[in-house]
Design a protein. Structure first.
Length: 72
């Protein structure tokens, strides 16, 4: 599973006490608007072990790719 170099924080309580993983039984992806693609970017997830909030993000390499799309 891809990770990120940025330390994630809970969106609700700002805790860094997170358990990372993925969501669902099938591959969940993010598909950018106005870009035709078949596979998309894998959505990663975390749950906050302090408050129970669940959050989602994409990995570092996907973020770099998305930034390139915006600059193209």
């Amino acid at each position: 599973m891809e990770t990120t170099t940025v330390e994630k924080k809970c969106f609700a309580c700002q805790s860094q006490n997170l358990r990372h993983g993925s969501i669902g039984m099938t591959r969940h992806t993010f598909l950018p608007t106005n870009k035709k693609m078949w596979s998309g970017y894998t959505v990663l997830a975390f749950v906050c072990l302090d408050c129970g909030n669940v959050g989602y993000y994409v990995g570092d390499s996907d973020i770099l790719e998305l930034r390139k799309l915006d600059n193209a």
